[in-house]
Design a protein around this ligand. Structure first.
Ligand code: 3H9
Length: 693
């Protein structure tokens, strides 16, 4: 037997115990071990049944992702599963932890399933752009029906043991220790003379084409541009088109095709990148973290409130400090209202809401922050105001208390100096709404202590965020890259592109929204204020493209006034706004500009390559440690479509030489100020390599 699978016989019951840390993936040695265990159990006349279970924290969490793209080492998982189908003695899966993907498929191919009460079941393949390949799309409908199968396989969510039992996906729930319960269960089966049985011999549930059609429509909208969800629907339908055996063969082919495709490659890259960005390259793994058991938040506007909610939701006590009592009360009212609406919707229990509220204490005196080990500042975005707050915090808190700013654009080094304790100062840039958005840009300033960096990275994960480390620059990773897209979007409009076409191009690329629909949603007054704040560093051409200011002057603030780039009805449904075309034409005439028709390809490339080029600058300047940080930040902060892997991975797939050639063309047409290639991009293009080597 290979090291990763132990085989014992206890009386009439054989046991195969998989031990392949960290998540008991079905790596080659596990597949070999399972095959050998089945062979031995079949060959041993004393054995009447075989139990398959796992050591460690989980049952098999899926196929081994690290083997994808490499030559297959025999036997494949479907071969092992075929052995189970042919077995003459009952095989029982005893499952705990996360029973996912290929692991769930192994369990479903076993003849009986017993689960510990806390187990979770799911098919996360879709999140990796993969069609399940070891019978998941064929056995699940036969056991649990179509609706459950479609939901589990196309959305990639998980269900608990109780639901799995109710849906017919497991046969028993372990009472007490799983190994002992499984042994007793197997002995019971033997005593009752129960033999093997295969879900494959059950009939498919009655076909329901309307259900498939509805799923197709929903998935095309919710997972726009992704091919796996629709392929999975096709795979489920195989059960109606051919017999079980033939359907398994075709399902496996579809699985392999999906793994070989660019979307799965991109999604697997992001899976690894998400884990990679937790490891800071120049920070020794044993860097100490500072204990945090109480967090302070100062400034209780929209961002401050969201941060308070995020911290309290994670079970950490938080002191919320506002400007005065009226601000504090308004903030607490807003927080209570938001959680109450979650309770009303059923996504939060009243008990959990009460617990969270009990973790929040309030004050209008920064001196109360002395009781915290981390203060997150979220006061108004004004350097003088923030400097004053940091000077106060430097005095009001103990040395060693981490002082983090939630600024989006201001210089954290300046705040660090103002505090008098620069080594304790860093950035923690949350995204709005802060209690919902996963991305957190943690910012290391010039003098930030390594322990502070390690602490905020760990704390970010503790409060359920996805922290990415950035250096100090104007806008950090996401806003700095986004500002280049906004610039190009306004320039394209000035040159003649229809804003609705620009939005459509990004929507079809896979973004949830285009820049103009987004502007209308966020509020054009908000956008105008942001443009004003940054006017000093803007070029003449950027200032001239003042559409937002023009609309604000006319009282067109976007969705909230029913008119912006688009018109909105009382349900906020958008339609074309004739005033927009008129504004663009008048603008062109006023400035003597000639409008031209601009095709979708140019629109896409100018918007997206502007971001790629800026990403290359961030890398070259060392602001972003690796392309992974940029890709994770852009996918989770801006909604860059995950199935393209993020801007840097996407550019790598196109080829940096091609990207550079286009950037050079835009430079010739648009000028050096906007399109000088990042030196790193130019160098990598000539070295014929990508950002990710
Ligand atoms: C599949 O099954 C296809 C079949 O249908 C077809 C077969 C023919 N393989 O997430 P964590 C590593 S597709 C290899 O931090 P957690 C991970 O990289 C697969 N390695 O822990 C990390 O390594 P490192 C379907 C894997 O406790 C370490 O384990 N299955 C795999 O927060 C810890 O991971 C999935 O998609 C894997 N399958 O969460 C499951 N999974 O420390 C994906 C994890 O070096 N996995 N690793 O960075 C998960 O969802 C979570 O990892 C899990 C644990 C919930 C299991």
């Amino acid at each position: 037997m290979p090291d990763t699978v132990q085989f014992h016989v206890r009386g009439a019951i054989a046991e195969a115990v998989i031990d392949n840390p960290p998540v008991n993936a079905t790596s080659a040695s596990v597949r070999q071990g399972l095959a050998e265990a089945i062979r031995r159990s079949e060959a041993d006349p004393a054995v009447r049944a075989l139990v398959i279970r796992c050591a460690g924290k989980t049952f098999i969490a899926g196929a081994d992702i690290k083997e994808f793209g490499k030559p297959l080492v025999e036997p494949g998982l479907p071969d092992v599963i075929a052995m189970m189908d042919r077995a003459t003695k009952p095989i029982i899966a005893a499952v705990h932890g996360t029973v996912l993907g290929g692991g769930f498929e192994v369990a479903l191919a076993c003849h009986y399933r017993i689960a510990s009460p806390e187990a979770k079941f799911g098919f996360p393949e879709v999140k990796l752009g993969i069609v399940p390949g070891a019978g998941g799309t064929q056995r699940t409908p036969r056991l649990a029906g179509l609706a459950t199968t479609i939901r589990l396989t196309t959305e990639g969510g998980q269900i608990g043991t109780a639901s799995a039992f109710a849906e017919g996906l497991i046969d028993a729930i372990a009472d007490g220790e799983l190994a002992a319960a499984a042994l007793a269960y197997a002995e019971g089966l033997v005593a009752e003379g129960k033999g093997p049985r295969s879900a494959g011999s059950l009939p498919m549930p009655a076909d329901d084409p309307a259900l498939f059609e509805e799923a197709r429509r929903t998935l095309s909208r919710k997972m726009r541009g992704q091919s796996a969800p629709l392929k999975i629907l096709e795979a489920i339908r195989l059960g109606y088109e051919m017999d079980f055996g033939a359907a398994l063969v075709r399902e496996l082919e579809m699985c392999r095709e999906s793994i070989a495709g660019p979307q799965s490659k991109a999604l697997r890259y992001l899976f690894a990148a998400e884990r990679e960005v937790a490891r800071i390259t120049d920070l020794p793994a044993d860097t100490a973290t500072r204990p945090i058991d109480r967090v302070g938040v100062i400034g209780l506007g929209v961002m401050g409130r969201g941060i308070v909610m995020a911290v309290a939701s994670a079970g950490l006590p938080v002191i919320a400090v506002g400007l005065d009592q009226a601000h504090v009360e308004a903030a607490m009212k807003a927080i209570t209202r938001m959680w109450a609406s979650s309770v009303a919707k059923g996504s939060l229990t009243q008990e959990a809401m009460d617990k969270r509220l009990a973790l929040i204490t309030t004050s209008d005196d920064p001196r109360d922050l002395a009781a915290t080990q981390l203060v997150i500042e979220a006061v108004t975005e004004d350097l003088a105001v923030k400097k004053a707050v940091f000077a106060t915090l430097g005095q009001a808190t103990q040395p060693g208390t981490i002082l983090a700013s939630n600024t989006s654009f201001l210089n954290i080094d300046a705040l660090a100096e103002a505090s008098g304790r620069a080594e304790d100062v860093c950035g923690m840039h949350f995204f709005n709404p802060a209690h919902v958005m996963r991305l957190l840009e943690n910012v290391r300033a010039a003098k930030t202590d390594p322990e502070v960096v390690a602490t905020i990275m760990a704390l970010g994960r503790r409060i359920g965020k996805l922290p990415v480390l950035s250096g100090v620059c104007d806008g950090f990773i996401v806003n700095r890259m986004l500002s280049k897209r906004s610039r190009e979007a306004f320039f394209l409009v000035e040159e003649g592109a229809d804003p609705a076409l620009i939005d459509k191009v990004l929507l079809s690329f896979g973004f949830p929204m285009g820049p103009f629909a987004l502007g209308d949603l966020a509020g054009l007054d908000v956008q105008a204020a942001a443009r004003k704040a940054r006017a000093a560093s803007a070029t003449e051409r950027e200032l001239r493209a003042d559409f937002v200011e023009q609309m604000v002057a006319q009282g067109r603030l976007g969705q909230k006034t029913g008119s912006g780039w688009y018109l909105y009805d009382e349900n906020r449904k958008a339609s074309p706004n004739p005033q927009t075309g008129a504004m663009i034409a008048a603008h062109a005439e006023r400035h003597g500009l000639t409008l031209r028709g601009i095709g979708e390809e140019e629109i896409r490339e100018r918007l997206l390559y502007a971001m790629v080029n800026e990403g290359a600058k961030l890398l070259g300047e060392g602001i972003a440690p690796r392309p992974q940080e940029i890709d994770i930040a852009m996918v989770n902060g801006l909604g860059w479509p995950s199935h393209t892997g993020g801007p840097m991975h996407w550019a790598d797939q196109i080829g940096l030489e091609k990207v550079l050639a286009k950037i050079e063309r835009f430079r010739a047409e648009q000028g050096d100020a906007y399109w000088t290639p990042a030196p790193l991009l130019a160098r990598y293009a000539t070295e014929d390599r990508g950002f990710a080597a």
